[in-house]
Structure formats: structure tokens, C-alpha cells
Design a protein around this ligand. Structure first.
Ligand code: GLU
Length: 297
């Protein structure tokens, strides 16, 4: 990042559950990185997938963050109110021939993959076989997909993650033509996150390592839409006792914020911060900014 660029970071929770120990690590890391770079920290509520969001959880998350001393520098954004912006981005991709309508159901996709001898573990992500690239074959359009082969070119997408080092992915083969807009008219996380990171002028994305695999899809979309690519830092995950990633899906307990300082200390350990002597949340945050190991990287 050049000295002249003002650092803008963000935390972008989906209000599908309250903050848990893992999401506090991502929130804290993004806040510390922004502060250590003298930048701004923004909050975006990622509620495009209305079926998974629960009412009131947005406010609860904002409140939990506040109890940990993490306040955004600008008013939060709610993605549900921003569908027109995502529709405009999709219209640009459609006009460029980079997006196409797809009439496939999950079952249609599985049938094609099975016929090709590709066996899928249950819940595994399907690599879309490209059936509707050449037209809908009489099916009713359901979703819109990105034409990844045209957008990606011959080279894999490469990026230098600040923690994970050089990463690469061949998106057309590893993921296939991914969905931009669902059949119900709602935009996908991939499209919304790219549009909003650009609209909010985000220079640095700091988030959990479980999302690293989404980065090449997002970079491809940034390129297709002519948007800048931010820097990425993917943080360590909090593991449950059995080694599984802690997440809302695996039933992570909400944070116990009776003692926010203790919760911050635990999150700090995951982020490899040294033990910090502090008697209050503001004191601990101040010391953590000074000790932040990713300052110069
Ligand atoms: N909304 C996503 C989540 O809660 C995070 C998106 C991001 O940081 O890019 O998992």
C-alpha cells in the first residue's frame, strides 16, 4: 500500500447467529490492522441471503462489538438495502457477455456430474458443468452465472496473502461458473461483497482463513467489473476441541461477554499477540495495536 492511500478495512458479519469466539477473532484482527495502519474500520451487515438471517441479530452483533470496544468509523451498511447496486453490476456483466442465465436445478447438475463419473460427497460444492453456457435448452431461467472461462483467461488467479503467502486457483476448473444471482432474485455473497468492498473503498480485507478460497472468485469479479483488488490477510481459525473449525454451523456458542477483556485476550492468543498487561478493554486494545504482528506485512 502506498503511503498516499488511506487504509480502509471492514468487518462484514452475516447476521445468521451472534458473534462467537471465531468471529470475534476476525472482527478484532480487522480492527487492529486498521488501527495499526492509521486507517478506518467499517462495518457491513451481510444480509443478502434473507432466508439465513435472523431478525435482531444485526443489532446484537453491533452491541457485542461495542462491548469489546470495537466501534465503526462510519455508519454500518446493510446489504439488503443495496440490491439495486448489485443489479447494476450484474447488468454490466450481462452486457459484456460475462454472465448468462442458467436453468439447472441442483439435481440437473448432479445428473450431469454423475454421468461424467464425478462422485460428490454429500454437501460438497459442485463444479458447475457449464450446461447452460450454450443456452437454456428449453429450460426456464433460474439463476445468473459468471462465465469464468472467458473472464479468467489462461492463467490461474494468483495473489499474495499477507499471512498465507502466494496463493493460486484455477477458477474455471476448481469452482466453475459460479452463481451471481439466485432464482429468487437475490444476489449472491460473491457479487455483493465485491460490489460493496469497491463502493466502500476497502483497501485491505482481513477475515478468517475459511474464506480464503473465495478470494480468487472475488478477484475474478473485480477484474471483470474493472474494480481494484484490495490486499488480503486471512487470519487463523479458532478450532473446537475436535479440531473442527468453530462456526455457527458447527454450533459455536455465542460469546460470553460478561468479561469482554477475557474474550479479547483469548482472541488475541489466536492472533499470536503476546500477553498484554491491561486493566480495561480500551487499555488492552491500545496495547494490542502496538503489538499487532502484521503491521509491516
Ligand atoms: N459475511 C461473511 C461471513 O460472515 C464474511 C464476508 C467477508 O469477510 O468477506 O462469513
Amino acid at each position: 500500500m502506498s503511503e498516499a492511500t488511506v487504509y480502509r478495512g471492514r468487518f462484514a458479519p452475516s447476521p445468521t447467529g451472534p458473534l462467537h469466539a471465531g468471529s470475534l477473532v476476525a472482527a478484532l484482527a480487522s480492527w487492529l490492522d486498521a488501527r495499526a495502519h492509521g486507517g478506518c474500520w467499517l462495518l457491513r451487515i451481510e444480509d443478502v441471503d434473507r432466508s439465513r438471517c435472523k431478525p435482531g441479530l444485526d443489532r446484537m452483533i453491533i452491541d457485542q462489538l461495542a462491548r469489546c470496544g470495537l466501534y465503526a468509523d462510519e455508519p454500518p451498511l446493510w446489504q439488503a438495502a443495496r440490491e439495486p447496486l448489485y443489479a447494476q453490476a450484474l447488468a454490466r456483466l450481462q452486457a459484456a457477455g460475462h454472465a448468462y442465465p442458467c436453468g439447472c436445478t441442483r439435481k440437473d447438475i448432479d445428473t450431469v456430474l454423475a454421468a461424467r463419473g464425478e462422485r460428490l460427497p454429500r454437501h460438497a460444492e459442485r463444479v458447475y458443468p457449464g450446461t447452460c453456457r450454450s443456452g437454456l435448452h428449453g429450460r426456464v431461467p433460474r439463476s445468473w452465472r459468471l462465465r469464468t472461462d472467458v473472464c479468467a483467461g489462461a492463467e490461474p488467479i494468483r495473489w499474495q496473502d499477507r499471512r498465507l503467502g502466494l496463493q493460486q486457483q484455477d477458477v474455471p476448473h476448481a469452482v466453475g461458473d459460479f452463481v451471481l444471482r439466485h432464482g429468487d432474485g437475490s444476489s449472491t455473497y460473491q457479487l455483493a461483497v465485491v460490489v460493496d468492498d469497491a463502493a466502500q473503498g476497502i483497501t485491505d480485507i482481513v477475515r478468517g482463513e475459511d474464506l480464503a478460497d473465495n478470494t480468487p472468485r472475488q478477484m475474478l469479479l473485480q477484474q471483470a467489473l474493472g474494480l481494484a483488488t484490495p490486499r488480503y490477510l486471512h487470519t487463523p481459525l479458532v478450532r473446537a476441541a475436535d479440531g473442527q473449525k468453530l462456526s455457527k454451523q458447527t454450533g459455536a456458542l455465542p460469546l460470553d461477554l460478561a468479561d469482554p477483556l477475557a474474550a479479547l485476550r483469548r482472541a488475541g492468543e489466536v492472533l499470536e499477540l503476546p500477553p498484554l498487561s491491561a486493566a480495561s478493554v480500551p487499555e488492552w486494545l491500545c496495547a494490542a495495536v502496538q503489538a499487532w504482528p502484521w503491521r509491516a506485512r
